[in-house]
Design a binder for this molecule. Structure first.
Ligand code: PLP
Ligand code: FVT
Length: 436
């Protein structure tokens, strides 16, 4: 593995196509994979791991679900890319609309980054305003406007933002502490007439999992409406993963009225493992997009036929029973994790957003929980590296960062869950004996 990695680093910066794949915060050599099936990934030496990354979300059904693979193979026999509209795009848009009633129109792009970037352009086009508001620790992809105080790999690397973002772009982005309704009110009181939109992760999972306080999304909705700004709900991670209608749908089942945003973004699960993402919303806003309206967005591979085939097959297979299984599997792993950490007396807090969860170590997190990015960074993150490597040694692949969520799938069966449970006690001991 070291040799392959060394060569990779000679020809690819850091040896990786995305920084979150590097083992920057956990140390060691990234594992190069050659295959993935069901709950497992297989490395280039043929070693199999139970996978809790699930391609960072898409693999809701497990890796390489036979029916999804068959749909992609069938589509491939008819051509890889047309650069022309297809009925499959219409079918996928209808499937999304069937789950998300306010998604009257859907525009397909290739990445979550493009979906949020375009949603912001629509918000600016709709309001004629420049300023956007995002929350510290939320990650919305890597477009310039959204890299300030971003979660995910930016958080893992401990960066405030990214070099190469112009001062003008940074100036137009206001960052507010997550779950801080008063701070958001203050920003609107001061600059409300300049604000085009507030973008928020429906339930943040890129600073570890930090769910919204009850009513926080509703506060965003109320303030944006009062000030003529748009609310963009980023469900790239949560959409079609935490429930059939994403976090938006789950809030209803949590006993809260779902907060309906102006625009919503999807990615990951909606493309079933191929590059596909979407933005959606009421026709009035979506028709601002070219060719109907003045807001430009395009893409050689937007709505690619292989990706739409994977998305259609995935959404058709993602029945309630799939979500019930993933929820159950997630709870089982959380319980085993808590038991292993309790056994070694390590204070911790497991936080959830539906079936997504992550674990914060330390007394402060255990006692008070983690409600924002500052608190996430203040937790005992140094315990994660030895924990991660103990799990990897035992054949369980976790995300290589304490700031990422753990992902289960419908393919995580008892055998896979047992392997995770068996690996946890040694990992908990490693975490307990870690020193900062
Ligand atoms: C909430 C959220 N939004 C946007 C993105 C960006 O998506 P992509 O990596 O497909 O560009 C991600 C993850 O990467 C995400 O978790
Ligand atoms: N939760 C963060 C991601 O999913 C990002 C994946 C990537 O950029 O490779």
């Amino acid at each position: 593995m070291e040799e392959v990695y060394r060569h990779a680093c000679e020809v690819i910066p850091g040896g990786v196509s995305s920084p979150v794949r590097a083992f920057g915060s956990v140390g060691g050599t990234p594992v190069f994979l050659s295959a993935a099936r069901g709950p497992h990934v297989v490395d280039i030496n043929g070693r199999e791991y139970v996978d809790l990354v699930c391609s960072w979300g898409p693999a809701l059904l497990g890796h390489a679900h036979p029916e999804v693979v068959a749909a992609v193979q069938e589509a491939a026999t008819r051509g890889l890319s047309f650069g022309a509209p297809t009925t499959a795009e219409v079918e996928l848009a209808d499937l999304i609309r069937g789950r998300i009633p306010f998604a009257e129109k859907v525009r397909f792009v290739s990445t979550g980054t493009e979906a949020t970037m375009t949603a912001i352009r629509v918000a600016r086009g709709a309001t004629g305003r420049d300023v956007i508001v995002k929350f510290a620790g939320c990650y919305h992809g890597h477009s310039d406007a959204l890299l300030a105080a971003a979660g995910s790999g930016v958080a893992t690397a401990g960066l405030p933002g990214s070099a190469g973002v112009t001062q003008a772009a940074a100036r137009d982005t206001i960052v507010v502490e997550y779950n801080d309704a008063e701070a958001l009110k203050a920003v609107f009181a001061e600059r409300g007439s300049e604000i085009a939109c507030v973008i928020t992760e429906a339930a943040p999972a890129n600073m570890g999992v930090v769910p919204p306080d009850p009513g926080f999304n509703a506060t965003i909705r109320r303030l944006t409406l009062e000030h003529g700004a748009l609310m963009i709900l980023d469900e790239v991670l949560t959409g079609f993963r935490v429930g059939p209608a994403g976090w938006w749908g789950n809030e209803a089942s949590l006993g809260e009225a779902p907060v309906t945003p102006d625009l919503v973004t999807y990615g990951k699960v909606v493309g079933g493992g191929l590059p596909l993402a979407a933005l959606a919303g009421p026709s009035e806003l979506m028709d601002l997009l070219a060719p109907v309206g003045p807001v430009y967005q395009a893409g050689t591979l937007s709505g690619n036929p292989l990706a739409t085939a994977a998305g259609i097959a995935t959404l058709r297979l993602a029945h309630n029973a799939v979500y019930a299984h993933v929820d159950r599997a997630s709870r089982q792993v959380q319980d085993a994790l808590a038991a292993a950490l309790d056994e070694v007396g390590l204070p911790h807090r497991i936080q959830t957003a539906g079936n997504l969860f992550s674990c914060f170590f330390g007394e402060e997190a255990a006692t008070h929980g983690v409600r924002n990015y500052d608190q996430a960074k203040a937790a005992d993150g140094f315990r994660y590296a030895p924990f991660f490597h103990a799990m990897l040694d035992a054949g369980v692949a976790l995300p290589p960062s304490v700031f990422e969520a753990w992902f289960l799938s419908a393919a995580h069966d008892d055998a896979a869950l047992n392997r995770i449970a068996e690996a946890l006690p040694a990992a908990a001991r490693a975490a307990a004996s870690a020193r900062p």
